[in-house]
Design a protein around this ligand. Structure first.
Ligand code: FMN
Length: 151
């Protein structure tokens, strides 16, 4: 069985830290979802209605990804990690997922947040991972949460 941990991180690297620990525990490969245009601090300022993050969210924009996973077909289990944005996965994660064939794969979602739960992230991501089974989705706040995560 072959596993891949993919993740997006933007603000402080919190999700990256969790992703790296998860890859270590599971022995999975690791792939960072990097947008073609990296988010600046101003881009992430959700207090400003005109900030990039708010515009992308309001307009449901695609956010192009800089690179692709090599030989994606070989993975049976794919973990997808992200910071919660507006209650679910950021648009760049949707764009990332749209580029692959998910049929038959098991998908586990993990997230970090400023306080919200993982909410309906799984339902909202479903259309972008068609044919996959989402077997787990949870917010990771501690090492214990990570250990309890389905692997
Ligand atoms: C545009 C934007 C929207 C966010 N929306 C939420 C939210 O709806 N709920 C929440 O708890 N945190 C929200 N956050 C906070 C992030 O989820 C949190 O800081 C996360 O752990 C950052 O992870 P990172 O350092 O890997 O980017 C938001 C942050 C940004 C930049």
């Amino acid at each position: 069985m072959s596993a891949l941990v993919t993740y997006f991180t933007a603000e402080s690297g919190r999700t990256a830290k969790v992703a790296k620990e998860l890859a270590e525990i599971t022995g999975a490969d690791l792939f960072e979802i990097v947008p073609e245009k990296i988010y600046s601090k101003a881009d992430l300022n959700w207090m400003n209605p005109m900030a990039r993050c708010n515009r992308e969210h309001a307009l449901k924009k695609n956010v192009p990804v800089a690179s692709k996973v090599e030989d994606f077909a070989k993975y049976d289990v794919v973990y997808i990690g992200f910071p919660i944005w507006y209650g679910c996965a950021p648009n760049v994660v949707n764009t990332f997922c749209s580029a692959y064939d998910w049929i038959g794969k098991k998908v586990c979602l993990f997230a970090t947040s400023g306080g919200s739960g993982i909410g309906k992230s799984d339902e909202k991501l479903m259309p972008y991972v068609k044919g996959a089974e989402i077997v787990d989705a949870r917010l990771i706040k501690s090492a214990e949460d990570l250990k309890a995560f389905r692997k």
